[in-house]
Design a binder for this molecule. Structure first.
Ligand SMILES: Cc1ncc(COP(=O)(O)O)c(C=O)c1O
Length: 396
């Protein structure tokens, strides 16, 4: 099978389609006919590479999606889940047990931060959160019981970058595993395995699905590791439903086209916003002004569609009002959570995640009152710039 991304996206995993249909069918079934020796069949169902048995154990479309993403992420295997958080929690629980320690970042997707702070601690697993821009801080945080370094780059929402090569080397040196949330970059822009990272997780709800019409998650890693994750997933039960899996498979076919358009739109928008007098700060790894641009350019092929801006104001209160007015003045950008779809979205993180984060947590992940997070879509870039221009013109 070809090894170029665009061909992988369209053709990989076709052998999981047991019919003559060019497009994989939706295997809308919860269970499968046993073979002639049920006792052997049930025994086989306790192994990850079993014939299809029951939906929690596997579904052909889920296998096809996993084959595509594993190939893109250069891992031996992968497993799909009903959401990104299901993938992340199952992936972590397959590595750590009570008494173990994780080194993670101060800034993560809020659901991941909550999982670390409020759930893992209840099971005797401790987490040290460090500044991801300070590579030495990861090394300093490693303890005798550390089993995992968990990173997210670019991180949500502040678009800081973690040095993948340094973390890959550090984990090898200490013989512990490294795991990265590659959601913001997508495998089109970044392949963490190239830098020695062991495990890659995604919220496939975002770029991989790409149409804001499903939730899904995926864990990519070695065959032995995915077998461990699979065992837990059968017990925890967050399986991706057949229709959503089929939508994800369809979305994946255009991933490269979409992400390339999004990369190009986002860079143009970031440049426009960077020069606008009513915008105090633009954080986009593709801009030379991003403090970690050089690192981003070393480990990313494109800079993706996530931009963080700070709207200007005489004080924080005014910046807050201006940020909210800007959202209300926009006609094309939709005010909604999530990201990575074909449509451009904008959110005010301080309001959206106000309930989840204390003030100290917001500050630690760099969330300010004037901050807006934009997920750039595939619309015509001139229309997007014009929309932002007219909305900014209306601010005091
Ligand atoms: C970087 C990142 N990881 C994980 C998730 C969780 O994904 P899901 O909402 O599919 O559970 C999100 C959701 O926004 C995210 O932005």
């Amino acid at each position: 099978m070809a090894s170029n991304t665009e061909t992988i996206l369209v053709h990989e995993g076709q052998h999981f389609n047991s019919t003559a249909a060019v497009t994989a069918p939706i295997f809308q079934t919860s269970t499968y006919i046993a073979d002639s020796n049920p006792a052997e069949y049930i025994k086989a169902a306790t192994e990850p590479k079993h014939p299809y048995f029951y939906h929690r154990h596997g579904n052909p479309t889920n296998s096809q999606v996993a084959a595509v993403v594993a190939k893109l992420e250069k891992t031996a295997d992968a497993l799909v889940f009903a959401t990104g958080m299901a993938a992340i929690s199952n992936a972590i629980l397959a590595v750590v047990k009570s008494g173990d320690h994780i080194v993670a970042q101060l800034a993560h997707y809020s659901g991941t931060s909550i999982f670390f702070k409020e759930f893992l601690t209840d099971y005797g697993i401790t987490v040290t959160a460090v500044d991801q821009t300070d590579t030495d801080a990861f090394a300093r945080a490693i303890q005798a019981n550390t089993k995992l370094i968990y990173i997210e780059t670019p991180s949500n929402p502040n678009l800081n970058i973690t040095d993948l090569k340094a973390i890959g080397e550090l984990s090898k040196q200490h013989e512990i595993l490294s795991m990265v949330d590659n959601t913001f970059a997508s495998p089109i822009n970044q392949t963490p395995r190239d830098f020695g990272i062991d495990i890659v997780v995604h919220s496939a709800t975002k770029y991989l699905g790409g149409h804001s019409d499903l939730t899904a998650g995926i864990v990519c890693g070695s065959q032995d590791y995915i077998a461990k994750v699979w065992k837990r997933s059968v017990a925890l039960g967050a399986s991706l439903a057949p229709l959503d899996s089929w939508l994800l498979l369809r979305g994946l076919k255009t991933l490269s086209l979409r992400v390339k358009q999004i990369n190009s739109n986002a860079l143009a928008l970031a440049n426009f916003l960077d020069q606008h007098p009513k915008i105090k700060k633009v954080s986009y790894p593709g801009l030379i002004s991003h403090p970690q641009h050089e690192l981003a350019a070393r480990q990313m092929r494109g800079f993706s569609g996530m931009i963080c801006i700070e709207v200007d104001g005489q004080d924080e209160e005014q910046a807050f009002k201006n940020a909210q007015s800007l959202i209300n003045n926009l006609n094309i950008f939709i005010n909604a959570a999530s990201l990575g779809g074909v449509e451009s979205l904008i959110v005010h993180p301080a309001s959206m995640w106000g309930g989840h984060h204390t003030q100290a947590q917001k500050e630690a992940s760099g969330i300010t009152l004037g901050m807006l997070r934009i997920s750039v879509g595939i619309e015509n870039v001139a229309d997007l710039i014009e929309d932002l221009e007219q909305a900014l013109r209306k601010l005091d």
